[in-house]
Design a protein around this ligand. Structure first.
Ligand code: UDX
Length: 432
């Protein structure tokens, strides 16, 4: 199938590469000339485990192409996937639809035959209807169907999740469109459950799922606070809870709060849609507030460890919003570090992948180090904020010999508590 994808970000690019690997002819379109230049020159523009290899393979085998020209990309496509950003509006926090509307309006004039327009971006309920109206207005002759095809892939696991999704949700109001989407995923050989629902239900499923997962994380974080006071262990508690199949074991890992480009934005957008529809969604509003407080609480724990020390040095390990990605958008680590910087503390940070992106957000207000050990040298407190595997392997003896004051605030429970205590560290984990 000839597929065009608008947007080459964390959703668009892995989707394009994945569909090419399934055997489709894919053109990825992006307005940013520099991105397209890089991709055409064979350089991948974002870090995702396993993506580069598939990107190279499919470009070489001529199934994957890149262009800035909407006309070149769209005119031959049977399916156009919109995967542009829907950032939160700075004031209302509703999903900002300007990129979606611009894409729909621009693509409309290049439709030359029956085409499916699918939204992969997370879009407010009713967006499919809006796109339909926009296209019909711009190009009254166009033959098309608008489908909601929400994306559930996780950053850092985009390639894995593309080929192993739990389910494929298709929100389509026409049989012709449903058949076309079945054809798109034919290579999966019916092994992945495919759920056909109305377009509005499909748009809602994406928000309902993300808000639920965010709530699950907030819940386990509050339970971790309880375990700390009650001298229980959150991992034992989560394991016991997770064995109940109605609860399930996933998304019960405590931490410094959820971040990333989806959960914070989607919970806010869901809360906005609830208000617009006069529906009370108290669990979602409590989750948003609780997660904001969580980051402040974590910053407070670090401050408490150094507040009686003159010119303390704070070492921070991890800046990405989670492991496996260089993405720092809405990263709890960035918010915690910013809070420390606001209070004029000296921060020395290290992240294996995300330092360049972190620098675009916090600039030179902190010192960026080349290794974990460089960051902890002469530090008064060490805060671990992202769950990179390499932090689990750190040599605690070496850290003990490098630090000035031996305090560790381990917001991801990466280090061995018993070992840290035996080396006379003042060690604080989460819920343990
Ligand atoms: C999420 C959804 O999982 C995905 O389905 C959707 O398409 C996009 O949003 P992503 O943002 O890539 O994916 O990250 P995810 O792995 O879900 O983690 C989100 C945040 O929650 C991270 O900050 C992570 O550290 C945190 N988290 C996750 C926890 O604190 N505890 C957990 O148990 C799981």
């Amino acid at each position: 199938m000839n597929v065009a994808i608008i947007g080459t970000g964390y959703v668009g690019l892995p989707t394009g590469v994945g569909l090419a690997e399934l055997g489709h002819q894919v053109v990825c379109i992006d307005r940013e000339q520099s991105k397209i230049d890089a991709l055409q020159a064979g350089k991948i523009t974002l870090y995702e485990d396993g993506l580069e290899e598939l990107f190279r393979k499919n470009t070489k085998e001529k199934r994957l192409h890149f262009t800035t020209s909407m006309k070149d990309g769209i005119s031959n496509a049977e399916l156009v996937i919109i995967a542009v950003g829907t950032p939160p509006h700075p004031i209302t926090k509703e999903a900002d639809m300007k990129y979606i509307h611009a894409a729909a309006t621009e693509l409309a004039e290049h439709l030359t035959r029956y085409t499916i327009i699918a939204t992969k971006s997370t879009v407010p309920v009713g967006t499919g209807d809006d796109i339909e109206i926009l296209i019909a207005k711009k190009n009254p002759q166009a033959e098309f169907d608008v489908v909601s095809l929400p994306e559930f892939l996780r950053e850092g696991y985009a390639v894995h999740d593309f080929f192993n999704p739990d389910r494929i949700i298709v929100g389509a109001n026409s049989d012709k469109a449903k058949e076309k989407i079945k054809e798109l995923y034919k290579a999966f050989d019916n092994e992945i459950p495919m759920l056909f629902v109305s377009r509005r239900s499909s748009e809602t499923i994406k928000y309902a799922s993300n808000a639920f997962l965010a709530m699950k994380i907030h819940y386990i974080n509050e339970m971790a606070n309880f375990c700390e006071k009650a001298d229980a262990n959150i991992y034992e508690v989560a394991q016991g809870m997770g064995l109940d199949s109605r609860i399930g074991p996933k998304f019960l890992t405590p931490g410094p709060g959820y971040g990333g480009s989806c959960f914070p934005k989607d919970t806010l957008a869901m809360a906005y849609m609830a208000r617009q529809n006069d529906v009370e969604m108290s669990l979602i509003t409590a989750t948003i507030k609780g997660n904001d407080n969580r980051k402040k609480e974590m910053a407070e724990r670090i401050v408490n460890a150094v507040k009686y020390i003159d010119n303390p040095k704070i070492a921070v390990l991890g800046l990405a919003f989670k492991n496996g990605t260089d993405d720092c958008r809405e990263s709890p680590a960035i918010e915690i570090v910013s809070e420390l910087v606001n209070r004029k503390y000296s921060v020395f940070a290290y992240d294996p992948k995300a330092m360049k992106n972190a620098e675009t957000l916090i600039g030179s207000k902190i010192t960026y180090c080349q290794s974990a050990y460089e960051a902890v040298e002469n530090a008064d407190v060490l805060a671990i904020l992202t769950e990179w595997e390499e932090f689990k392997k750190l040599d605690l003896n070496k850290i003990a010999s490098l630090m000035k004051n031996k305090t560790i605030i381990d917001c991801r429970n990466m280090l061995d508590k018993q070992k840290a205590l035996s080396l006379d560290f003042n060690y604080q984990g989460i819920g343990i």
